[in-house]
Design a protein around this ligand. Structure first.
Ligand code: MG
Length: 387
């Protein structure tokens, strides 16, 4: 197999966006992260070099590097940035894809086709036929001088892919070229033929604020790298006299309640642990350690609020909760609807997305003797992270 690597250039200043655009939020991640994730997720791309401007390099370089991703600093010009990325490629790479980090909607199919053509012919550019009629308007005038035949024009995108030696020659010969807007024009000037590989109109460059709206819609319509994960949670509390009984955020009439550091709400504790489990974020005991006195008699609704905040930070949404209570007393069936509505309200879910069941332990063990209530919960979570 041909050894391939990618250089993702995200060093721009974003003058048309008013601020650097590469880390603007986009569909649960950021503009640059979507581009990075496409290349990093491709088995046939063995290394990815991300080129960042100084500020982004300092703020995010460490967190974005790792695995097959190396992060380097941008140069003073686009070509300087590509050269810095090129210098960081591992030895033995045969084909290189250069990609503009602001083309977040690039797909593995486009990358694969462009890399394959470059491996075959030496240089290939992802491109689309121009849809609009073109007018030539001489500089400084507002009058059309010519209407060229549109059929001869393609709009060049990225990735632009090259055999290693072809890109090396262009970067070396034109190292001081500050005006080149892509590498392929330098490769052309070296006398190499550059092939066009039909791409998608969705692979546009995010340049203006309206582009972000369109990009968000496109990534959403693709299911945008969403992944569904499932988490499991479990909790048990002793049932003792003289405590209020709280389950699912509802105070139930009963002579006994659950003993705990907080209100002992086993349904909410198990459900929160299930959500955190689906997010890969541990358990509620980490954020609310029982040893910390300030959490004594904590209302479990606050644990739910904390869990929802964690889900939001992770760009995730809870899809469904399913909890099974195991209790000898009180009888919970009469309270099903109240408990379900309460859990749904606390987790901001439609009522149909919460399931609640209760079982008896048939007299077996401590729960069977009515000394405790336990709860098992499963959460389904959809995350919008690209990788
Ligand atoms: Mg608990």
């Amino acid at each position: 197999m041909t050894r391939a690597a990618a250089i993702v250039v995200s060093g721009g200043s974003g003058s048309r966006m008013g601020r650097p655009k590469q880390f603007l939020p986009l569909a649960g991640a950021t503009v640059a992260e979507w581009s990075l994730a496409c290349f990093a997720g491709m088995a046939e791309v063995e290394a990815v070099v991300l080129v960042l401007g100084e500020e982004a390099f300092r703020a995010r370089g460490a967190s974005l590097s790792g695995g097959k991703v190396t992060v380097v600093r941008a140069g003073p010009t686009r070509m300087g940035s590509v050269r810095n990325g090129f210098a960081a490629l591992p030895a033995g790479i045969e084909v290189v894809a250069v990609h503009d980090g602001a083309r977040s909607m690039v797909t593995p199919e486009i990358v694969r086709a462009t890399l394959a053509e470059a491996a075959r012919s030496g240089a290939a550019v992802a491109a689309v036929p121009v849809k609009d009629t073109l007018k030539r308007v001489p500089k400084g005038l507002a009058v059309v001088s010519e209407t060229p035949d549109r059929a001869e024009f393609w709009a060049a995108q990225t990735p632009q892919c090259y055999r290693y030696a072809v890109l090396e020659e262009a970067l070396e010969r034109f190292k001081d070229d500050a005006d080149a807007t892509d590498e392929s024009q330098l490769v052309e000037r070296c006398g190499h033929a550059v092939s066009v590989v039909p791409s998608s109109y969705e692979n546009f460059k995010i340049t203006t604020p309206e582009d972000l709206t369109m990009a968000e819609a496109i990534l959403d319509s693709r299911g945008g790298g969403r992944e569904t994960t499932v988490g499991f949670g479990y909790d048990i509390h002793r049932l003792v006299a003289g405590r209020e009984l709280w389950l699912g955020g509802v105070r139930l009439p009963h002579g006994k309640g659950l003993l705990g550091h907080s209100d002992g709400d086993a349904v909410l504790h198990a459900s929160c642990d299930a959500v955190l489990g689906a997010l890969g974020l541990g358990e509620i005991g980490v954020a609310f350690p029982p040893s910390d006195l300030k959490f004594k008699d904590l209302a479990s609704k606050e644990i739910v609020a904390h869990t929802l905040a964690k889900a939001r930070e992770a760009g995730a949404e809870i899809v469904h909760l399913d909890a099974t209570l195991i209790a000898e007393e009180p009888k919970l069936k009469p309270h099903y609807e109240t408990l379900k509505a309460s859990v749904a309200g606390l987790f901001r879910l439609p009522p149909g997305r919460v399931s609640l069941k209760a079982k008896s332990r048939e007299g077996l063990g401590a729960v069977g003797r009515g000394e405790a209530i336990e709860c098992h919960a499963v959460a389904t979570v959809r995350s919008r992270r690209p990788a």
